[in-house]
Ligand binder design. Structure first.
Ligand code: S3P
Length: 438
C-alpha cells in the first residue's frame, strides 16, 4: 500500500496574549537549507549542514536529490550529511521527482536538471502545479535544454532532456532569486560565462554559497556572472535562523503590549532584511545585537520590544524583493498601526504559495480590518481593534502564521483552520508561540 498519503488537517487555537517574553530561536533558513543540499550534492566530498530546516519544503529537496542517486544522511537534530557525487555524478531518476509545495525546489532543481545528460520529470502539489514555470523553462531552453510542460511548458509537471548547455546573457523581467538561481545553476554546466540581470536585486544566497563552495561568481550591480565547470568542494554549512520565520515573532512582539523578545542568530543578509528597515520605520523597537558573519552570511541576535507607537508607511520598489515573503506578517503590523500602510509594486505576491494579495485581504477582512486589494499590492487602514475569528490558512503556511499572530491581539478566540501547512517552513510554530507567552 506504499505511496498512500494521509492528510492530517489541524486547527490552531489562539487566545489574546498578555506579553511575549524571553529568548526563542527561529528555525533554520529555508532558502539557504535548499541551496546547501543542492550544492552539497554537486560537490566533491562530504558536506555537513548544521541547523538545517526540517520543514516539508526542504525535505522535498532532500527526497529529489536522493532520487538522483545522492546519499543523504539525516536530518537528525538539525544535522544533514551529504555524500557529494561530484559535478557529473547525478543519476537519471527512475521516477517522477516531487517538489511538493516548494517553488525553490522545483525552479532551482530545473536549472540543475537542464545541465544533466538525462531525462527527468518534476512535479509538485496542487498549488505548485498552478505556479508559473515558463520564467525558468524559457531561459533554460535558450541554453539548449529540451523543456516540455503543460500549457506550452509553463506549468508543472515539466519534463527535461538536459545536457549540452551553452551560456547565455539573460535579462530577467522579474526580480526573482528562483529565476536567477535556476539559470546560474544551469550555467555551472555550460562552457563559458553565464550572466543574469534583474530589475532589482533579489536574495543572493546562491551567489554566496557558490563562492563558498569554490565557484567563480562575479557581481556588478544587478548582474551576476558565473563561470561554467567549476570544481565544487564539500563544505560545512551553518544555516542561520530564517528571517522570514522570525518576522512573525518580530511582528508579534511589536504588537502585543509589554513584549520583550530576543531571537538569536537570525540571518540579516541585506537582500532579505527589508522587514527590519520597514518595522523600524513604522516605529517598532528593534535592536540588532552581536552582529557577525557565519558561513558566508551576516547574522545577528534580534531583540524586539513593544513600543505602542506603530504607524503606517508606504513600502515599494526595491524594498519589495527584500521582504517579499514577509508581506503577510507586515500586513498584520499594518492592521495594528495607526494610519495607512500602502504596499506597492508587489505583483509577485500573486504567484506565491497562494495569491498573497487576495489571501491577505481575505484574512484581514475576517479580523474586521479595513483593507483594500490593489492590482499590484494592498492598502491597510490600521488602528481599529481586531476581532477574533475562525479563518482559513488557504493552504499557505505564511497566511496561517499571519492569522495566528493577528489572533494574539484580537478580542476573543481565533481558530486557524488548515494550520498543518505551517510545517512547510516553521515546524513547531504553535509551541513556540505558546512558550513565549507570559
Ligand atoms: C526564494 C525566492 C523567493 C521567495 C521564496 C524563496 C528562494 O521567490 O519568495 O520563498 O529561495 O530563492 P522568487 O524568486 O519567486 O521571488
Amino acid at each position: 500500500m506504499g505511496g498512500a498519503k494521509i492528510a492530517i488537517i489541524s486547527d490552531l487555537h489562539v487566545a489574546p496574549a498578555v506579553a511575549l517574553k524571553g529568548t526563542v530561536a527561529a528555525p533554520g533558513d529555508k532558502s539557504i537549507s535548499h541551496r546547501a543540499v543542492m550544492l552539497g550534492s554537486l560537490a566533491e566530498g562530504d558536506t555537513v549542514i548544521e541547523n538545517f530546516l526540517p520543514g516539508e519544503d526542504c525535505l522535498s529537496t532532500i527526497s529529489c536529490f536522493r532520487k538522483l542517486g545522492v546519499e543523504i544522511v539525516g536530518p537528525e537534530r538539525g544535522k544533514v550529511k551529504i555524500l557529494g557525487r561530484g559535478f557529473w555524478g547525478l543519476a537519471e531518476p527512475d521516477d517522477v521527482l516531487d517538489a511538493g509545495n516548494s517553488g525553490t525546489t522545483i525552479r532551482l532543481l530545473l536549472g540543475i536538471l537542464a545541465g544533466q545528460p538525462f531525462f527527468s520529470i518534476v512535479t509538485g502539489d496542487d498549488s505548485l502545479r498552478q505556479r508559473p514555470m515558463a520564467r525558468v523553462a524559457r531561459p533554460l531552453a535558450l541554453m539548449g535544454a529540451r523543456m516540455l510542460g503543460r500549457q506550452g511548458g509553463s506549468l508543472a509537471p515539466l519534463a527535461v532532456q538536459g545536457g549540452g548547455l551553452k551560456p547565455i546573457d539573460y535579462k530577467s523581467p522579474v526580480a526573482s532569486a528562483q529565476v536567477k538561481s535556476s539559470i546560474l545553476l544551469a550555467g555551472l554546466f555550460a562552457d563559458g560565462v553565464t550572466t543574469v540581470g534583474e530589475p532589482f536585486r533579489s536574495r543572493d544566497h546562491t551567489e554566496r554559497m557558490l563562492k563558498y563552495f569554490g565557484a567563480n561568481v562575479e557581481i556588478s550591480g544587478n548582474k551576476v556572472r558565473v563561470t561554467g565547470h567549476p570544481r565544487l568542494k564539500g563544505q560545512r554549512v551553518l544555516i542561520p535562523g530564517d528571517i522570514s520565520s522570525a518576522a512573525f515573532l518580530m511582528v508579534a512582539a511589536s504588537i502585543v503590549p509589554g513584549s520583550d523578545l530576543t531571537i538569536p542568530s537570525v540571518g540579516i543578509n541585506h537582500t532579505r532584511s527589508g522587514i527590519l528597515d520597514v518595522l523600524l520605520e513604522m516605529g517598532a523597537g528593534i535592536e540588532l545585537v552581536h552582529q557577525r558573519e557565519e558561513g558566508g552570511e551576516p547574522v545577528a541576535d534580534i531583540r524586539v520590544r513593544y513600543t505602542g507607537k506603530l504607524a503606517g508607511i508606504t513600502v515599494a520598489g526595491e524594498t519589495i524583493p527584500r521582504l517579499i515573503d514577509e508581506v503577510p506578517a507586515l500586513a498584520v503590523a499594518a492592521a495594528v498601526a495607526e494610519g495607512t500602510t500602502y504596499i506597492k509594486d508587489a505583483a509577485e505576491l500573486k504567484v506565491k504559495e497562494s495569491d498573497r494579495i487576495a489571501t491577505v485581504v481575505t484574512l484581514l477582512h475576517r479580523f474586521g480590518v479595513d483593507v483594500e486589494e490593489l492590482p499590484e499590492g494592498l492598502l491597510v487602514r490600521g488602528g481599529r481593534p481586531l476581532k477574533g475569528t475562525i479563518c482559513e490558512s488557504q493552504g499557505d503556511h505564511r497566511i496561517a502564521m499571519a492569522a495566528a499572530i493577528a489572533g494574539l491581539v484580537a478580542k476573543g478566540e481565533t481558530v486557524v483552520r488548515g494550520a498543518e501547512c505551517i510545517n512547510v517552513s516553521f515546524p513547531g510554530f504553535a509551541s513556540v508561540l505558546k512558550n513565549i507567552q507570559e
